[in-house]
Ligand binder design. Sequence first.
Ligand code: ASP
Ligand code: MG
Length: 410
Amino acid sequence: MALIVQKYGGTSVGSIEKIKGVAERVIEDYRQGNQMVVVLSAMAGQTDGLIQLAEEMTPHPDPRELDVLMSTGEQVSVALFSMAIKSMGHDARSLLGFQAAIHTSHLYGKARIHDIDTARITKELNRQRIIAVAGFQGLNERGDITTLGRGGSDTTAVALAAALNADVCEIFTDVDGVYTTDPNICPRAKKMEFISYEEMLEMASLGAKVLELRSVEFAKKFNVPIHVRSTFTRERGTMVVAETEDMEKVLVSGVAYNKNEARVTIKKVPDQPGIASRIFEPVFESGIVVDMIVQNTSEDGLTDLTFTVPKPDFYKTMKLVSDTAQKVGAEKVLGDQDIAKVSVIGVGMRSHAGVAQKMFGALAKENINIMMISTSEIKVSCVIEEKYTELAVRVLHNVFGLDNEDKEEK
Ligand code: ASP
Ligand code: MG
């Protein structure tokens, strides 16, 4: 007998029929003798719909009330799901965040889970019930409803799995696992059997949308094995687990890309202490997340400073930086939105040299110019012209031996 926490995303519970399908599947696992805790998202599109309602009411909805509103999407799902289970002859209980005693920080819309008192869930499980927990919500110390940020149901599931010491946390979604790269642009992408937490973190922060970033951080911290799999097939998906020695043998495990960044360059900035701090201060203060930063060696006391920001923050950043650039006497500020970042990721890089060189060589062979480079222990990223993204991803996927040879090239 195992204790299994399962999470089903919005598309998996997107209609009455689909909820019935999920209920059947959960009952199958329950009948095998497992204890089942099922975390549900709101039905597809519902959370967006609720946010829209609030915005129609007022341009700046009160954050407390917005959480009261947004949390109703998941309430609908767990209620319908529990009805389905009961209509199929089994016992179920729906629990909202507060009933499941999911205690969070006070920050509405972005609350963090502090702790979960599992007494109620355990009691219900001991009564042979299937438990449905509303994802994405909790209770703060004021006794108010909070939500965890978009995509937060993944975190609810992983946190529950950790608190209950579950055997596995299964995340059911509309894709069948984690791929070596985006199968939409690289037909030879392969489904991975295993991926380490750290690699998954890099993939998630680079925009792979299978798992919410925070849920992976949580899983890593509490060593919760995650199984990412499809709601619509029985096949095994991808296990996200702690690093093993075997993983180190592979040089690169995945290739990721991000077209959602823009580049800002400040030409001929005086190379003096305090300048970088002055330039970035207003940017950081506006909550804009700066990703890569490169500063050239200086010539005649002047240097060029280049960095990337998310595309939606581009114009604001240009404005902020232009103001400061003028004040500190820099020559000019240039911007470029037609860029992309391609990255190769793998824990094997820790013990093998030459990954960056191989990457640069592969891009050079295709005549793709590298504008910026950054590296971490398990990742090398290059900024290139956006129009070469697909080509770069395919070439790197091939060069690092990730291609699925059974698949035809498109
Ligand atoms: N329903 C929430 C959202 O759409 C939470 C989730 O689905 O994980 O972001
Ligand atoms: Mg999701």
